[in-house]
Design a protein around this ligand. Structure first.
Ligand code: PMP
Length: 462
């Protein structure tokens, strides 16, 4: 007799999750004690998720900022299927390559900003940022300046979770207790006007001051020791921090003045998120290295890349010996085939233009309508990245204490009301799939307002 089939119920999955699954960025003790357990997501279509109990959720975060073309795109599944039958795997080590890896390298060179003509592949944003550290060191070794190994970054930066990428990042909670940052990684303040500006300081003045913090740090370490500066054009996981217009031009000037490589981490900002293929175009950044992941495959399979400028590439190609770095899955043929199909979809559906001319401006307008809410200290957006800052006092931009509690309250209301928004401290952040339509933005913002009201009610604010 065959044994009784195991029923796939929510209760069973939750029990297995607690017993056997260590999920990332989770509080294991409270998960164990939490009767509710994890939400189990079972299906998705377009911009909507379905959980194991049949609830439908509007995914205002595109997964983790990555499902740019939305869920359920058959073209991507078919590309993976075809490639798996043709050649499911082969490596790109030791003078081998595969058609999808080289075709994708060419396509990325075509859509990337001027001069970024070479790609080094990995499977995650973290891996690519680790590769950046290696590439920076290799570059300066070959230029005969091996002491230029230090890298400057910002607090609230997120560059990944491996030991080197978490060192590049500026999330203190990821570093304390882990011996991080590793030596040679330095952090300065982020271009976050809302939290860091002094009273009366204009965004333009603040942007220049935040850039000067980078210059001061380079001078403090010594320009002969600093090899690179890394930044997300818009800091995503740090709270959708959109820098003032004065910031990036200054950073560009500082990097060239001190011969410091400029690295743009476009893991979130790339592939149409900001209404350009890459946010570097929007901010006038000419990066020496650029990291990509997430939207490169819309999250359907893991893939990442470092795009390398001609300036760096030519030095790499002039050096003796091999670049002793790479991953089993660098240039994975299935992942690269999916990326090619994903880029083709973004092009065919005109998603970059849609965000730039239609849905980006529309989201900005709708978010603006929330400014009159008693909890809302600021709304900001750029393309389809948005943030709503919740504060105790609007005029002085004073946060509630303890920081993070009100954001969590609001996030939980959103979940209960069918909307996925993430809370970063007390900022509610948004990054919906790029296929979202204006009517769906209306629904999203309407639900957000309802959840802000519920949060205000919890706090006793009428
Ligand atoms: N860089 C940025 C800007 C990111 O937002 C992330 C992930 N949120 C990473 C790097 C790391 O990517 P991964 O989680 O794929 O390693």
């Amino acid at each position: 007799m065959p044994s009784e089939p195991i029923r796939n119920t929510t209760a069973r999955w939750r029990a297995l999750d607690v017993r056997h699954h260590l999920s990332p960025f989770a509080d294991y003790k409270s998960l164990k004690q939490d009767e509710g357990g994890s939400r189990i997501i079972t299906q998705a279509e377009g911009i909507y998720l379905t959980d194991s109990e049949g609830h439908r959720l509007l995914d205002g975060m595109a997964g983790l900022w990555c499902v740019n073309v939305g869920y359920g795109r058959a073209e991507l599944a078919e590309a993976a299927y075809r490639q798996m039958l043709e050649l499911p795997y082969y490596n790109t080590f030791f003078k081998t390559a595969t058609p999808p890896a080289v075709e994708l390298s060419e396509k990325l060179a075509e859509i990337a900003p001027e001069g970024l003509n070479r790609a080094f592949f990995g499977s995650s944003g973290s891996e690519s940022n680790d590769s950046v550290v290696r590439l920076v060191r290799r570059y300066w070794n070959l230029r005969g300046q091996p002491e230029k190994s230090h890298i400057v970054s910002r607090t609230y930066a997120y560059h990944g979770s491996t030991m080197a990428s978490a060192s590049l990042g500026g999330m203190v909670g990821m570093q304390e207790g882990f011996g991080l940052p590793l030596p040679g990684f330095h952090h300065v303040m982020p271009p976050y006007w809302f939290d860091f500006a002094e009273a009366g300081e204009t965004p333009a003045d603040f942007g220049r001051r935040a850039a000067k913090a980078v210059e001061d740090k380079i001078l403090e370490i010594g320009p002969d020791k600093v090899g690179a500066f890394i930044g997300e054009p818009i800091q995503g996981a740090g709270g959708v921090i959109i820098p003032p217009e004065t910031y990036w031009p200054e950073i560009q000037r500082i990097c060239s003045q001190y011969d410091v490589l400029l690295v743009a981490d476009e893991v979130i900002c790339g592939f149409g998120r900001t209404g350009r293929w890459f946010a570097s175009e929007a901010f006038g950044i000419a990066p020496d290295l650029m990291t990509l992941a997430k939207g490169i495959t819309s999250g359907y399979v893991p893939l990442s890349a470092v795009l390398v400028s001609d300036k760096v590439g030519e030095v790499l190609e002039s050096g003796e010996g091999e670049f002793a770095h790479g991953y089993t899955y660098s240039g994975h043929p299935v992942a690269c085939a999916v990326a090619l199909a994903n880029i083709a979809l973004i092009e065919r559906d005109g998603l970059v233009e849609k965000v730039r001319h239609e849905t980006g401006p529309y989201l900005a307008e709708c978010l603006q309508s929330l400014s009159d809410h008693p909890l809302v200290g600021q709304v900001r957006s750029f393309g389809l990245l948005g943030a709503i800052e919740l504060v105790e006092d609007k005029a002085s931009r004073k946060h509630f204490e303890p920081l993070g509690r009100v954001g969590t309250l609001c996030r939980d209301h959103c979940f209960q009301n069918g909307l996925v928004m993430r809370a970063v401290r007390d900022g509610m952040v948004l990054s919906p799939p790029l296929i979202i339509e204006t009517a769906e933005i209306d629904a999203l913002v309407e639900t957000a307002r309802r959840c802000l009201d519920l949060t205000a009610k919890d706090l006793g604010i009428a």
